[in-house]
Design a protein around this ligand. Structure first.
Ligand code: PLP
Length: 351
């Protein structure tokens, strides 16, 4: 979370917008909260230039709920869907989808240990399937699609949980995107779903109303109590991004920050190693290992002592993972680069 946003939330905690009520006390049916939600939605539409024929939904349940809600809402009469398998999170989405339909693995980088993304030419899209699902940034593996792959005419669905708001989105290429908020927006609890008009109205009848895209679109995301505090905080983050220069500024910063980390790795004479092919390296979650894995726990402990916390890689990958979400200050990346340099100088002779 940007510190300015946390400070504003702290200042406003007892009295939000001069209404004499805390955001935590407001009824969601009242004008005050409705105003906050509409403003938050409009600000997001402006930030990402979301066309009018896309609905913005504020939902519950996290991205993991969307693993089920996408097939429940989009299959219609269809019995199959395409999935591109690129790492930990896409695999989870695939596992859930198999409860509802036949999954065509349209592309997979498993045999490359998920160290690169499948190319558009490698994809084998079933044109009769209801949609094609991709994960734009594999948070655990450190691989990212830098361009939206070509999935033909089937609606493209993207889990953008970990790179949402870090670069512009070409909505001409997409049918639906979803992102839970706690990676690159801030507060857990909220999931943003952006869905094209023509994809509404295909839900299975067993879909719970609060998880039905059309019903939530018609109710303005207020079919039941939304995640009020998280919506309010997301609204503050959207305004913060706009004040920083918008999505273009976020993209520039994310490029520069990640380049700095990859330069430290690539310039380390093999002391640090990133297995991901350079063209598909994540700008949000650079992952690397130490040539001498016995040093990994020392690296983590020494880093933590310098205030560089939570650098442990995902269990699927091991090693180190550096998360560079929008709110990460450049000073944090500079401190990391200094630490990586000093750690290498101290231990290089071991390798
Ligand atoms: C974290 C993450 C998820 C899971 O999010 P939850 O909100 O915890 O369900 C799904 N997809 C990606 C890409 C993620 O990074």
């Amino acid at each position: 979370m940007p510190v300015e946003v946390l400070e504003q939330a702290q200042r406003e905690l007892l009295d939000c917008g001069g209404h004499g009520l805390s955001i935590l006390e407001m009824p969601f049916t009242g004008d005050e909260f409705r105003g906050i939600l509409l403003q938050t939605r409009d600000d997001l539409r402006a930030l990402l230039q979301i066309p009018d024929h896309f609905h913005i939904l504020f939902m519950h349940g996290g991205a993991s709920a969307q693993f089920s809600l996408v097939p429940l809402n989009l299959l219609g009469d269809g019995k199959k869907a395409n999935y591109v398998e690129t790492g930990y999170w896409s695999r989870k989405a695939i596992r859930e989808a198999r409860r509802y339909c036949a999954v065509n693995i349209a592309g997979s980088s498993e045999e490359n240990q998920f160290c690169r993304m499948p190319t558009s030419a490698e994809l084998r899209i079933d044109p009769d399937a209801a949609y094609c699902h991709i994960t734009t940034n594999e948070t655990a593996n450190g691989v990212q699609f830098h361009a939206i792959p070509d999935c033909g005419d089937v609606p493209l669905v993207a889990d953008m949980t970990s790179d949402f708001l870090s670069r512009p989105i070409d909505f001409n290429r997409l049918g639906l995107i979803y992102a839970s908020a706690q990676k690159n927006i801030g507060p857990a609890g909220l999931t943003v779903v952006i869905v094209r008009d023509d994809l509404l109205g295909r839900a299975q009848s067993a879909t719970p109303a609060v998880f039905n895209y059309r019903e939530q679109a018609e109710a303005g995301s207020m079919l039941n109590t939304p995640t009020t505090f998280a919506v309010y905080l997301a609204g503050l983050v959207f305004k913060w991004i706009a004040a920083q220069g918008g999505i273009a500024a976020m993209e520039q910063k994310s490029l520069a920050r990640s380049q700095r980390v990859y330069d430290m790795i690539d310039g380390s004479n093999g002391f640090y190693r990133c297995p991901i092919v350079p063209a598909d390296r994540s700008r949000m979650n650079p992952c690397f290992t130490l040539a001498d894995d016995a040093l990994t726990s020392r690296f983590l402990a020494d880093a933590a002592r310098q205030g560089l916390a939570n650098l442990k890689g995902h269990v699927m990958m091991g090693g180190i993972r550096i998360s560079l979400y929008n709110a990460m200050p450049d000073a944090g990346v500079a401190a990391l680069a200094t630490f990586m340099h000093e750690f290498r100088e101290q231990f290089e002779h071991h390798v």
